[in-house]
Design a protein around this ligand. Structure first.
Ligand SMILES: C[S@@+](CC[C@H](N)C(=O)[O-])C[C@H]1O[C@@H](n2cnc3c(N)ncnc32)[C@H](O)[C@@H]1O
Length: 560
């Protein structure tokens, strides 16, 4: 799941201003700086509280802060696909970016509020309300379908909740079986922005500390080059069968099979022919098999009492890999240490592109607990979602075994084009030197001529490649001809990709095994993305040809 990330903005508060500041340690600092500057902002923006003069100040200021905060929270792909001229002042990049941007504003306002030196509490209160209102307005525009919930009896899960209560867990979630999700967490009461849905004491978190107190640790320490994560994984393979484990109730809730891409059958792998996921899965599995072969049977032979061979088979190793990939979280502890952990109860939270909880990776040093705070409201009875990260469907299939139901803006196809030559001089230089990519063109609002719903950095890359035959003063006619060439080249590339995917499987999904079904769904998604690009190229070509025709008619007076 998602790493605990340092916020891209180091924002400050002071007595009479709120300061939004882009952190210099942000790996995308230069690109974001240019984007901010192109919109008339600096990397540090002071919001003067004493300027709050008119009744609409709070709302207008919150909206302006949001524009800045959005940019500060963009990731690489969001930055690449941003659309300047189509983005209305209140248009958002992705739902996750919007929530992060709004919540970081809220925490900034809240921390100013707690600052005793601040003499503008009434203004801050208005700003807080305006920000909360923006979160609610955004929620109203993005209503997620209510999920059919089957609240069956969950004995093992209930034991775990009881164990949690005894261990000091504070919980406002109930566990239920949800169609299409396995188990999930449901809000017991209405949860507001900022409410803590779940609070787990550090003592109830499974981290390397549990493993370091066992007789396994001294043996593992001697293994050359072994990582702490691998030690922990090997520990969990045995601990799951330990009837006196502190975490027995947690291990009892884990499934016998995880059904991630790592356990795809050969039929599912074959079904992925023509997709990049095929290669990704094969490589991931090969990597794990090599890792297993490096450790076993050697460890079992050297320490049969610590590593009983029947617990350390390849199948059990793969199960543990799937457990850690699909359920672990990277947590920053109070001493600053970053550790990969399993978190009982929090492990029931499913992923969404429009999550309720976005920031959860840092232990609160005052309480020594991990808090799962709401970034948007969740009504009683609704499923409460987490964000596992900005992952593509191929990553989610490989390591989690599912594909999001909503359109995923992180489903990108990277193109084998060298972008390092893109030394920038135009308005799109924020993306120079990056990998070029495409995604479903339905995400774009701008399908007009010279845009076509395709990413500007990609189009500009191709335009630059033809710079020797074109300059800024070239006649429109020449420019249009080049546009046609670019669209033709793109059509050719993507037609080839489409052909590689082969015919659509006509077999009914009902009769397919889970993995073949998932593989087919993934392949259909790839077809849909490529088809949208081909349609955009086709429609774009028509637009350019019409323009070309008009331009020729103007030049020689003939009718178009
Ligand atoms: C951390 S666990 C969440 C709890 C899990 N549903 C269970 O029953 O134990 C992660 C797993 O939940 C499932 N999952 C998470 N988000 C999902 C989603 N949006 N759609 C379908 N399955 C999801 C996947 O099987 C994933 O590997």
């Amino acid at each position: 799941m998602e790493d605990c990330k340092k916020s891209p903005s180091d924002s400050l508060s002071c007595t009479d201003a709120i300061v939004l500041r882009l952190s210099e340690s942000d790996p995308l600092f230069d690109k974001k700086k240019k984007l901010l500057q192109s919109k008339g902002y600096d990397v540090e923006v002071h919001i003067q509280l004493k300027n709050a003069s008119h009744p609409k100040w709070a709302r207008t200021t919150a909206e302006a802060m949001l524009q800045i905060s959005r940019i500060m929270h963009l990731d690489e792909a969001e930055l690449y696909f941003r659309e300047d001229d189509s983005c209305s002042p209140m248009g958002y990049y992705t739902q996750k970016n919007e929530l992060e941007a709004l919540n970081s504003m809220l925490s900034l306002v809240n921390s100013s509020f707690l600052d005793d030196t601040c003499s503008h509490k009434d203004v801050l209160q208005d700003l807080r309300e305006a920000t909360m209102q923006l979160i609610c307005d955004f929620g109203d525009k993005n209503i997620t379908e209510s999920t059919v919930i089957n609240s069956q009896n969950c004995d093992k899960e209930n034991y775990l909740l009881q164990w949690g209560e005894k261990s000091g867990v504070k919980n406002r979630l109930q566990i239920a079986h949800i169609k299409g999700f396995g188990r999930g967490a449901i809000a017991v009461t209405d949860l507001k922005v900022g409410d803590v849905a779940l609070e787990i004491p550090v003592s109830a978190i499974i981290s390397e500390d549990a493993m370091k107190n066992t007789d396994m640790f001294p043996a593992l320490e001697k293994v050359d080059g072994i990582s702490t994560e691998t030690m922990l994984l090997l520990w969990s393979m045995k601990e799951r069968f330990n009837s006196s484990s502190t975490f027995k109730d947690y291990f009892d809730t884990l499934p016998e099979e995880f059904n991630t891409g790592l356990s795809f059958s050969i039929n599912a792998i074959v079904a992925l022919d023509g997709t990049l996921l095929l290669e990704e899965l094969i490589q991931a599995k090969e990597h794990l098999r090599n890792q297993y072969d490096e450790l076993f049977p050697a460890l079992c032979e050297d320490h049969p009492d610590i590593f009983p061979p029947e617990l350390y088979t390849w199948e059990q190793f793969l199960w543990a890999c799937e457990l850690w990939y699909s359920n672990s979280m990277k947590i920053q502890f109070a001493d600053g240490a970053l550790k990969t952990c399993l978190i009982p109860i929090a492990g029931f939270l499913n992923h969404s592109l429009y999550p309720h909880i976005t920031q959860y990776g840092k232990v609160d040093s005052a309480t020594n607990t991990l808090k799962f705070r709401m970034s948007r409201p969740c009504h009683a009875g609704e499923q409460c979602y987490l964000s596992y990260g900005n992952f593509s469907s191929s990553h989610l299939i490989t390591f989690y075994g599912f594909m999001p139901q909503m359109d995923n803006p992180y489903d990108i196809i990277e193109l084998d084009i060298d972008g390092s030559q893109d030394v920038c001089s135009d308005e799109y230089d924020a993306s120079s030197g990056t990998t070029h990519m495409v995604r479903g063109t339905w995400f774009s609002d701008n399908h007009s001529i010279f845009h076509y719903g395709l990413p500007a950095p990609l189009l500009n890359h191709f335009r630059r490649a033809r710079e020797d035959i074109l300059d800024a003063d070239s006649p429109l006619l020449e420019k249009l001809k080049i546009e046609i060439e670019i669209l033709e080249d793109l059509s050719l590339t993507f037609s080839g990709m489409m052909e590689n995917l082969g015919e659509v499987d006509s077999e009914s999904r009902e009769n397919m095994d889970w993995d073949v079904k998932l593989a087919e769904e993934y392949k259909n998604l790839q077809r849909r993305i490529i088809s949208s690009i081909l349609s955009s190229c086709y429609a774009g070509r028509k637009l350019v040809e019409d323009e070309l025709c008009k331009s020729l008619a103007k030049d020689d007076g003939s009718p178009c």
